[in-house]
Ligand binder design. Structure first.
Ligand SMILES: Nc1ncnc2c1ncn2[C@@H]1O[C@H](COP(=O)(O)OP(=O)(O)OP(=O)(O)O)[C@@H](O)[C@H]1O
Ligand SMILES: [Mg+2]
Length: 461
């Protein structure tokens, strides 16, 4: 339908105002008042190139925000495209796309008639459009291959969207002029959405919609969750507070354990009597880091990190320097890519230990050596271990999932399986885990304080 001259004039005047202020668009077009939380979101997405990630409790009106900004973006920007996705058809079509239809029907007729709503497209007379696409692991192209002057990516229930979708969309999401909005119940502590609030947080404008603070969420709902699961439960965190759970069912080490270990203080006299152990996780593939970690009793410290380095002699030299500097009692190196470093150490007269991650565990409860070391590291974290405030280490520690094999032994997720889930290889945590490979005795206990003296088992007999 053609707009009347008068309506066209009116729109021309309004568009510059609405462009900067989507909340005004919502108020003037639908005569509804967004909540303060929704206003915060609308303000954030108004900025060109905005990258906004909303974690939220249930029912705060995040899907509605998306339904509002689709007509807003298409009205206010020329040559605009909006790829929209969610994990399942139910979450996309029955929620966001149905909500969009509802708000479209509630628009003043002049604006309403500028648009056409179908099962998977919402098209403006100008040719700009939004398209709804779900994705599967095998067909992850939901956000891919769309080019436009003005682009807005929308991902609802982002926590459950396959990692492949984000990988396939690749650089399009991070492009400077692309706006991206993700919203989700923060159900999973891994993946792209989780990372947007953690390791990649500097890249995102992060919002939290706490249900306790939302006028859209009923007190009865909050009480029912609190009564059924408790206010300290993960269900309450995810469904009401909009916070990530402390532990996923499969996650081996919970965020809570890691946060507590990070927030502890330790004094020198609480650990300086303990043996000093160095763990080294050499890099496996190109983008991996080589990491050297030190642990002394409850204390730990990252000594060194560098990107994959093929020069084993240089690396061995670095480890030897640390060994001397800290008077280390043992050095454990992952055998995977560490044999060259170990041999270089041998030629320098060092007796370091190679640890096979896949080797037999000394504890029958674990499927292999790596699971055992991680198990010991988890115990240590729970029982007073102290770690540095290091975002990457935190992410590494909580990254791996664990299960129980047919023999009833704890098995840790392999680095390869983690990569398939889009999780980086936990190099820093593996280096720290290596310090738990075997019990270590302080050198001076068996060498004596004077190292000049030779060891004579028959002395004094
Ligand atoms: N500011 C508002 N004014 C009027 N109605 C609103 C407002 N915000 C949301 N609603 C209505 O409240 C209902 C719930 O909103 P919505 O589905 O957006 O919540 P949500 O946070 O996406 O929930 P979920 O956690 O289930 O995904 C919808 O029917 C929506 O139309
Ligand atoms: Mg929703």
């Amino acid at each position: 339908m053609m707009l009347s001259q008068q309506d066209a004039e009116f729109l021309k005047k309004k568009i510059p105002q609405w462009r900067k202020d989507p909340a005004r668009f919502v108020k003037e077009v639908w005569r509804v008042e967004p909540t303060d939380q929704q206003k915060e979101f609308l303000q954030a997405i108004a900025k060109p190139g905005a990258k906004v990630s909303v974690k939220s409790g249930h029912g705060t009106g995040k899907t509605t925000c998306f339904a509002w900004i689709i007509p807003w973006f298409l009205t206010c920007f020329a040559k605009a495209k909006i790829p929209v996705t969610a994990p399942t058809s139910a979450q996309l079509k029955d929620a966001l796309w149905a909500e969009l239809k509802m708000w479209w029907n509630a628009m003043p007729v002049q604006l309403h008639d500028l648009f056409e709503w179908t099962n998977d497209h919402f098209t403006c007379e100008t040719g700009s459009f939004a398209m709804a696409r779900t994705a599967s692991k095998d067909r992850p192209e939901a956000l891919q291959g769309i080019h436009a002057d003005n682009i807005l990516f929308l991902v609802d229930e982002a926590s459950g969207v396959f990692e492949e979708v984000f990988v396939t969309a690749g650089s399009a999401l991070s492009a400077e002029n692309a706006r991206v909005a993700m919203a989700s119940n923060p159900t999973r502590v891994t993946g792209y959405f989780y990372n947007s609030h953690n390791i990649n947080r500097h890249f995102w404008e992060k919002l939290t919609f706490n249900g306790e603070e939302s006028p859209r969420v009923s007190k009865q709902y909050i009480e029912s969750i609190a009564n059924e699961y408790g206010r300290d439960s993960d269900v309450y965190r995810v469904r009401v507070l909009g916070e990530f759970p402390n532990a996923s069912d499969l996650q081996f080490i919970s965020l809570k354990i890691v946060e507590e270990a990070k927030n502890r203080n330790i004094r020198k006299e609480q650990f300086n009597f303990a043996p000093t152990i160095i763990g080294c996780d050499p890099a496996w593939t190109g983008p991996d880091e080589l990491v050297v970690y030190l642990r002394q009793g409850l204390y730990s410290k990252r000594l060194y990190t560098c990107l994959k380095n093929d020069n084993d002699i240089v690396t061995a030299g670095i480890i030897a320097r640390f060994e001397d500097e800290y008077n280390a009692d043992a050095v454990f190196i992952d055998q995977g890519y560490g044999t060259g470093i170990w041999s270089a150490g041998e030629t320098m007269g060092r007796s370091w230990n190679l640890i096979a991650f896949g080797g037999k565990s000394s504890d029958l409860g674990y499927a292999n050596k790596r699971a055992e070391m991680w198990g010991n590291m988890k115990e240590w974290l729970i029982n007073g271990g102290v770690i540095e405030d290091d975002e990457i280490l935190t992410n590494d520690l909580i990254g791996p999932e664990a299960g129980v094999n047919l023999k009833g032994q704890i098995q840790l997720e392999s680095k390869d399986d983690m990569k398939k889930r889009g999780q980086p290889s936990p190099n820093r945590a593996d280096a720290l885990a290596l310090t738990f490979a075997y019990p270590v005795i302080k050198k001076e206990c068996y060498l004596g304080n004077n190292r000049q003296q030779s060891y004579d088992p028959f002395a004094g007999m």
